[in-house]
Design a protein around this ligand. Structure first.
Ligand code: ADE
Length: 258
């Protein structure tokens, strides 16, 4: 069964970018997954369709009311249960959450159903956590003005991993982070542009050499830009050998520039 993604948001129209374009748009059109929206305003009882109020204890900004969110989340869960998804994961996008990484994305891509809650204002009434088992997920250490963009980031990363979403079966496997390393550089035609050449090894047609070059480039980039990724990773003998070469060359280069 194609996974079902439900999003609770005050601004469903923002998601047109995700649902209408590119890899995610095509995956939805092809029925690889479905995305449905729930607007908390549709679960209000007053004429103004109020979804927020001032915080108890004072302070700046507004807090999202518990009831419209509680009812919207319940509606999403009940709908999913009727559709055969009995225990969907409920995710609240928030800077307080666990930081999203490729391993978490891969795990979420295996879920039959997800309910994403995109908040606005200063946040949500804390009592919502007592009503629903919400996981908090952050997309990075910076603050956005709402959870819609983070929800789209998460969904885009998840949907492109669904079987059939990417043209090439290999494209997702070779992405940055999949293997715990950054991606290698890529080139396409022309072979020479403004005097800049495509590396010879990529044009020579020796697949073994190409694979070795790509791995070496990925390791060199990871060492230069994200050494923390290498510390967490168990290296293969070839990777250890290549990394040794890279480090020695780096030493040679910095010694030459002293
Ligand atoms: N909402 C606001 N900022 C966010 C972030 N960095 N990650 C997830 N949700 C957010």
């Amino acid at each position: 069964m194609a996974p079902r993604y439900h999003v609770v948001t005050l601004f469903p129209a923002m998601f047109a970018g995700l649902t209408g374009y590119g890899v995610s748009g095509r995956a939805i059109r092809d029925g690889l997954c479905s995305v449905r929206f729930w607007d908390p305003r549709d679960f209000t009882r007053d004429n103004y369709r109020t979804v927020d109020d001032r915080p108890f204890g004072g302070g700046p900004g507004m807090v999202m009311l518990v009831e419209p969110l509680d009812l919207a989340l319940t509606a999403a869960r009940v709908t999913l249960r009727r559709q055969g998804v009995s225990a969907p994961r409920l995710i609240y996008l928030s800077p307080q959450g666990r930081r999203l990484d490729q391993a978490a994305v891969a795990e979420l891509a295996g879920a039959a159903g997800l309910v994403l809650l995109a908040g606005r204002y200063e946040g949500i009434d804390e009592r919502l956590f007592a009503r629903h088992c919400l996981e908090e997920v952050s997309i990075g250490d910076y603050v956005l003005s709402g959870g819609e963009l983070p929800a789209m980031v998460l969904l885009d990363a998840v949907i492109r991993l669904l079987p059939g979403a990417l043209g090439h079966a290999d494209s997702a496997r070779e992405d940055s982070f999949v293997d715990g390393l950054l991606d290698c550089p890529h080139y396409t035609r022309p072979e020479r542009y403004m005097g800049l050449e495509v590396p010879t090894v990529l044009r020579a047609g020796n697949h073994g050499e190409v694979a070795r070059w790509r791995l070496r480039q990925a390791l060199a980039r990871t060492l230069a830009r994200r050494p923390d990724l290498l510390e967490r990773r168990v290296l293969s003998p070839l990777e250890t050998e290549l990394l040794g070469e890279i480090r020695r060359e780096g030493d040679a280069a910095s010694a030459a520039s002293d």
